[in-house]
Every structure is written in C-alpha cells, then in structure tokens.
Write a protein that binds this ligand. Structure first.
Ligand SMILES: Cc1cc2nc3c(=O)[nH]c(=O)nc-3n(C[C@H](O)[C@H](O)[C@H](O)COP(=O)(O)O)c2cc1C
Length: 324
C-alpha cells in the first residue's frame, strides 16, 4: 500500500514519472485519465522559483483534475531550496518531491540532483529543513548510488527517512549509468526491505507484465513509469488492471488510440495555444508507432497547422470514420 501523508493511500500504485520537457499539464492529464494514480511536474530549479522566473511558474501550474499531483524541485542550497519549496507549497500540490537523482552534467556536476549523493550530510540538511518548513508531505526521488562501486541506496534511504520524508522513489540505476544498461530491481528490493517508509520502484517498465514482475520481485509499494508512457498512456490502466485482477487487457483498438492522441493534442492546444500544436509534433512518432505507413503519416502531420485538418488527415489515412 502506497501511503503518502494522511490523504494518499493507494493499493498497487502505478504512477507517472517526472520528466523534463515531457510531463507538462496536458501529458499529465492524459496519463491521469488513463489510470495514473499520481503525477509529478517535471523538476524545477529552486533558484528560478525564488527568482519568480516565468518559465518555472508555468511549469508549476497544476489542475484539480490531475490530483494527486506533486511538484518536484531541485537545487543544492538549503535556504534557496526551502524558499522554493514554500513557494511551491503555496500553489497547493498534494505533496512536494525533491530530486536527488538527475545525472545530467549541468545539474549533478554542480552538486544538485544525483550530485547530492556525494554530499549526504547536505542532502540530509536540505531534506530536514524542507520537511520542517512545509505542512504538506515531502518525498524524494533518487538513484541507487553514484556508480557501481558506491551503491549507497540503503544508507540514502535510512538518512532520508530519518529526516521525515513520507516516501522515496528509487530509480534502479547509478548516476554513472545515466540511462544506459538496465535498472537494478534487486537493489530496489533490498532498499524496500530495509525501509520504514513506502518505496516506489522505477526503471525500464514498458509493459504491464514487467510491472507485475518487479512488483512481486521487489515488494515495492508502487511503481513509477516514465518512458514507457510515451504515446502509451493506457499502460497505466492496463497495468492497474493486471495488478488488481491478474488479467492482462489487450492494447486499445486503433480508434481508441487515435481518440486519445487527438484528445492529448486538444489539451496541449488548450494549454499552450498554437504552440501546443507545434510542440505536440514530438508525440506523433510515439502514438503512431506500429501503424502501417506511420512515417508517411507523420511527415504529413508535421506540415499541418490546424487541429481540424490534423484530425481529418489521421482519420482518412487510417480509414477511421469518427473517433469522438
Ligand atoms: C526525458 C526525460 C526527462 C526526465 N526528467 C526528470 C525530471 O525532471 N525529474 C526526475 O526526477 N527524473 C527525470 N527523469 C527520470 C525519470 O523520471 C525516470 O526516473 C527514468 O526515466 C527511468 O524510468 P523509465 O525507465 O520508466 O523511463 C527524466 C527522464 C527522461 C527520459
């Protein structure tokens, strides 16, 4: 059972991962509607939040229909992180998540994200001060260690738990792995066995069957899905169904897939106007993967600038009469 604070209690939790430039409000809404139990904003730099930077404020916009939703922040200066956490709290997310996992050079190299795995005392201080400053639950997301010679997840789990976080998400890779190799679910399982707080396991889930396998293998309280949700938001409902009933539902029919894609596009345009149509183009390859002549259809879609024409082109191309 994934319990975060007093309000969130979810059996067989399947949650959407925070992903920079991906998990904007339209993406989160479409995943929510397709079964994601919890969604997160992408990570937001604490310095930018306290500077009131417009881009960061936009990233923190959340909607009631996506709840429970968490705002994720990162940084490495305690005071700045606490101020940013309070500003984020004022926007009323259900909980705040701290990123101790990002491996990117520009972030980890400066001692933020997974860089804090090298400074566990500072990580503790930041965590404690944020927990003490907020009234909403605080959680964190991290990796199993810096590299394969310094797997520290058991100690990290203990340290963060002692500072009062309410749950920990563990991506089963080291910082050094970046996104290479495979996630180590055995280490996630060992951390879960050692923890007194709920653990959400993360890494490489692209099918409901694999989610079931790692749930059973590691004993986690919830699983988090990132890249496996690209153009595939129904992975959440299919995974939940398998976990709850033991029955694997088939993939949706082509009509339903197209309906979801077009709805996602409408959300994107409602949120960002015409830019929402242009920025949505990155999603076509994912939604259309496996469709006959998908490349040809994609090359037509990226030239179109109205929703109506896109919908018409997709339906004509795929021989679908009406989806909505
Ligand atoms: C494009 C992209 C952006 C990401 N941005 C974030 C982020 O903002 N915060 C975070 O905690 N993790 C971020 N991650 C890591 C994911 O949350 C997740 O831990 C990782 O992708 C492994 O899960 P998966 O195999 O299900 O994708 C990002 C990953 C990707 C691929």
């Amino acid at each position: 059972m994934l319990k975060i604070g007093d309000k969130i209690q979810i059996q067989n939790a399947v949650v959407l991962a925070p992903m920079e430039e991906v998990t904007d409000l339209p993406f989160r809404k479409i995943c929510k509607e397709n079964g994601a139990d919890i969604v997160y904003t992408e990570f937001i730099p604490s310095e930018a939040i306290i500077r009131n930077a417009a881009k960061s404020l936009r990233k923190m916009e959340i909607a009631d229909e996506e709840r429970p939703v968490s705002i994720q922040i990162y940084g490495n200066q305690t005071e700045v992180m606490v101020k940013a956490a309070k500003l984020a709290e004022a926007l009323n997310p259900d909980f705040l998540d701290i990123n101790y996992g990002c491996p990117a050079k520009k972030i980890a190299g400066r001692g933020a994200g997974s860089g804090l795995l090298c400074y566990p005392d500072l990580m503790e201080t930041i965590t404690r001060e944020i927990v003490n400053a907020l009234s909403i639950p605080v959680t964190a997301k991290t990796r199993i260690g810096w590299d394969s010679d310094s797997i520290s997840i058991i100690e990290t789990t203990k340290r963060l738990e002692q500072q009062g976080i309410k749950a920990l998400t563990i991506h089963g890779r080291t910082k050094a792995q970046m996104f290479e190799g495979t996630a180590d679910w055995d280490w996630i399982g060992k951390a879960k066995a050692s923890a007194g707080i709920p653990i959400i396991g993360n890494g490489d889930i692209t099918t409901p069957e694999f989610a079931l396998e790692v749930f059973n293998r590691s004993g986690v309280d919830g699983v988090m899905i990132g890249r496996g949700s690209y153009g595939n938001p129904w992975i959440f409902s299919r995974t939940k169904h398998l976990l709850n009933t033991g029955i694997l539902l088939p993939e949706p029919e082509i009509e339903e897939k197209v309906e979801v894609m077009l709805r996602h596009l409408r959300y994107s345009m409602a949120c960002k106007g015409q830019h929402g149509l242009v920025s949505f183009r990155k999603h076509y390859p994912n939604y259309l993967k496996g469709f006959e002549n998908a490349a040809k259809l994609r090359s037509q879609l990226v030239l179109i600038n109205t929703y109506e024409q896109i919908a018409e082109t997709v339906m004509n191309f795929l021989g679908i009469k009406c989806v909505a």
